[in-house]
Write a protein that binds this ligand. Structure first.
Ligand SMILES: NC(=O)c1ccc[n+]([C@@H]2O[C@H](COP(=O)([O-])OP(=O)(O)OC[C@H]3O[C@@H](n4cnc5c(N)ncnc54)[C@H](OP(=O)(O)O)[C@@H]3O)[C@@H](O)[C@H]2O)c1
Length: 337
């Protein structure tokens, strides 16, 4: 029998759609057992993404949750304690994982697929790593989709990039990565985060509540080659005059209107395009980002840290929509005792 077989762990889950933080329940459940291609990870940190609580709201009904009770959160970091067959990890390895649609990050242990897990060197803390799988990889994939490359010195031509909601989980990684990709970065955020967003590398920052910020106008008159669009509610008519001749808006929260606009731009062969993007968390992308964190080139800005015993506070903080960087739940000896 596995070392953890039959033992219980603390976990946080919900039993139906809706209810927000108040619907989270603390339970003791059996520690899961890894199968072929899987690892059992003793969790040290989990970071919340808006999709986690949007799933609770039912936005991807009937696909997720597949069943109730559902233990949310996909982005975790911890230490491997058991392995199934056919994996290139061993107990004691520090890792960061994406748990996919089955979730499970609000717990002391989780089973992760080896194919969605990256090793984490000692220099990269669990909290820093836990921010990367969805938010970091989304930022990376949006920039790649805008043609930005990250070889030595980044893209050959310095592209002008606008990052909207640059103070959020995705936006703060996007600003840093765009700079590593040799871009000129304009960013929007609230007044309280102007300094922070500049400090992580933005060349110019707009307060989204001012007329110039709402109009997305670059103070230096740049036209954007790409917009990494991390908020909602901005119509195409606002983006259009700010785009370069072949500028693209990469929209990570597309609604029906955005999909329609994207289709119209495509079939009319418009040079300016709107591109809806859904992240596909890939192990190699997480490994690339972990490497950047290790080298000190990328940092995870942490909004707040909460113990698993207060997961509700973390959940509410993310739902509130005003996090600056990542909301992280730390899971450790406090819960295990
Ligand atoms: N397509 C995908 O695969 C994918 C992947 C990841 C995330 N997403 C989606 O992308 C969105 C952003 O995710 P996230 O994790 O970055 O969210 P987040 O961390 O919750 O973003 C919060 C931040 O957004 C800022 N903000 C809100 N409205 C703004 C506006 N109009 N202009 C500028 N800043 C604004 C807030 O600033 P203030 O507090 O100052 O208002 C806050 O700092 C979410 O809707 C998420 O579901 C999609």
């Amino acid at each position: 029998m596995a070392a953890t077989g039959g033992k219980l762990m603390h976990a946080v889950q919900y039993e139906a759609y809706g209810g927000g933080a108040a619907a989270l329940k603390h339970v003791d459940v059996p520690i899961p057992i890894p199968k072929k291609g899987e690892l059992l990870v003793k969790l040290e940190a989990a970071s919340i993404n808006p999709i986690d609580w949007k799933i609770q709201k039912g936005v991807i009904w009937p696909f997720l949750p597949r069943k109730f009770p559902f233990r949310p959160v996909t982005d975790v970091a911890g230490e491997v304690v058991e392995v199934g067959s056919g994996v290139d990890f061993k107990p004691g390895d520090k890792v960061v994982s994406f748990l996919s649609g089955s979730g499970g990050g609000f717990a002391e242990y989780a089973v992760a697929s080896a194919s969605k897990t990256a090793k984490r060197p000692a220099e990269v803390s669990a909290v820093e790593a836990a921010g990367l799988p969805v938010a970091g990889v989304t930022a990376l994939q949006t920039l790649k989709s805008a043609g930005i490359s990250f070889g030595s010195g980044g893209s050959e031509k310095a592209a002008n990039i606008l990052v909207t909601a640059a103070s959020g989980g995705v936006g703060l990684y996007a600003v840093q990565l765009a700079k590593l990709g040799n871009c000129h970065v304009t960013a929007t955020c609230g007044a309280r985060n102007l300094e922070l967003v500049k400090n992580v590398g933005a060349d110019e920052v707009l307060d989204y509540k001012t007329p110039g910020g709402a109009a997305l106008e670059s103070p230096s008159g740049k036209k954007y080659d790409a917009v990494i669009h991390c908020t909602t509610g901005i119509p195409w008519s606002t983006f259009e005059p700010n785009l370069a001749e072949s500028g693209k808006v990469i929209d990570i929260t597309p609604n029906v209107t955005a999909f329609l606009t994207a289709a119209i731009k495509k079939i009319t062969f418009s040079k300016k395009q709107l591109v809806p993007l859904l992240v596909i968390p890939k192990r190699e992308d997480v490994e690339f980002l972990v490497g950047l964190v290790k080298e000190g080139k990328l940092k995870t800005v942490v909004d707040s840290r909460h113990p698993l015993s207060q997961a509700e506070a973390a959940w509410a903080k993310s739902i509130d929509g005003h996090a600056t960087g990542k909301v992280v739940v730390e899971i450790g000896s406090r819960e295990a005792e």
